[in-house]
Design a protein around this ligand. Sequence first.
Ligand code: SF4
Ligand code: SF4
Ligand code: FES
Length: 365
Amino acid sequence: MKVALKIWRYDSATGDRALKEYEIDAPDWATLLDCLDIVKDRHDGSLSFRKSCRMMICGSCGMRMDGAAVLACKTRMYDIAQAGRVPVISAMGNLPILKDLVVDMDPFWSKFKAMWPWLEPGYDRPEDGREYRISQQRMNVVHKESLCINCGCCVSECNAMESDPEFLGPQALAKGMRFVGDPRDAATVERLERYNSEHGVWDCTRCYFCNERCPKGVDPRDAIAKLGAESIRLGIDRDMGAKHAKWFVRSSETTGWLREEELIPKTQGYVSAIKQLKFGYSLAKHGKVRPVPIPHTAKDVNEARNLRKLVREQDRGGALGHVQGEHALAKLEHGHAGESLEEIYARPGAAPRPWLPEVEEEPSA
Ligand code: SF4
Ligand code: SF4
Ligand code: FES
């Protein structure tokens, strides 16, 4: 097949930058990486890019195609070539470009190291001398995070890193969750204290681009959500982001609404709220504040309370809740053609169910 590519070339010695077009003959099965090999071998030996395994394992060949991060060895070119598209290939984002498609990975690795990416063993070996075995349920918590190949595609797309290069970022935080969720690790609290510092867990904007672009299905944003949930479960909640999340839950549980008037004092503290009175007055002038902020309880508030009760009853606080929720959604989305809803919900682990138990007593405000 004929493949046409436009490649952003960059010479770090001179700062010269140019978009060059190449037309090549490639086999129908060629990936983007195969095409780049052909360009380098037969058309322009000065083109620079990274590769090693050619089979989505080493994480070397991250780059952008038409502005979105991809693994070059995972990207088949047949459909693109047949459609007559000429994709633009460029280096990954959020990392300094050294040459052409090669970026400087030093900032990536220094954040990786800051996560303490090793196990701090702290478990009792079974008395019979056999190995310590982890339950499937506990492994599920870190299964996705263990799939990371450190390619940097998520970092390339991260909006929070674009505005704050110090942000730990999706790959480092996913790696952190891989150890926080490991029952053999003895440093959970120390880790979470570390990850909750400035530029950490709560600085993620929840844009979900990292989930969308990760070529291995790690879902780093979900890992960050699990870190947040574990932090709150263990009482590491001094960050404003944690207080914000807690207030959302509290507010929905007590009245079924988000009580925005109370959001600032509850998350930023009363001193900060008083400092923002001028802003509040301006909001009130424009009709954005209710004149008498008496909490109004929603008619169906019991649904919110029951959800909370269910989480407690099923012991799904922290990261465990996230994993089970994902599994439930996956089960609903895939692979049960011909089954009734009752049959689907009867499957092991298929929570949350569509019905909820009634709450007897009112939770205290
Ligand atoms: S969801 Fe968070 S970590 Fe992921 S890309 Fe967006 S800002 Fe970055
Ligand atoms: S989380 Fe996914 S995109 Fe990010 S480095 Fe790991 S494998 Fe690559
Ligand atoms: S060359 Fe190893 S992941 Fe692409």
